[in-house]
Design a protein around this ligand. Sequence first.
Ligand SMILES: [Zn+2]
Length: 81
Amino acid sequence: MTNGSSPAGCRAGAGHHVNVNDRGDPMPLSPELLSILVCPACKGDLVYEEGLRRLTCNACRLRYRIEDDIPVMLVEEAEKF
Ligand SMILES: [Zn+2]
């Protein structure tokens, strides 16, 4: 009647995911979409500011906002900076 040694039940690394994103972070814009987007005013490259959810044209000094993951590529809607 031996009471065995400690039961080998320590399972390390069973897929335990920590929930980091329960705020429902928005999806980032896809790289394909970003690569085809240009400034509607000068047709130049835009800088995607992910944290700020906007696209910036440094040549025109205009900022285009992103609404519901869709960039608003309208010069009249853009914000000067
Ligand atoms: Zn521009």
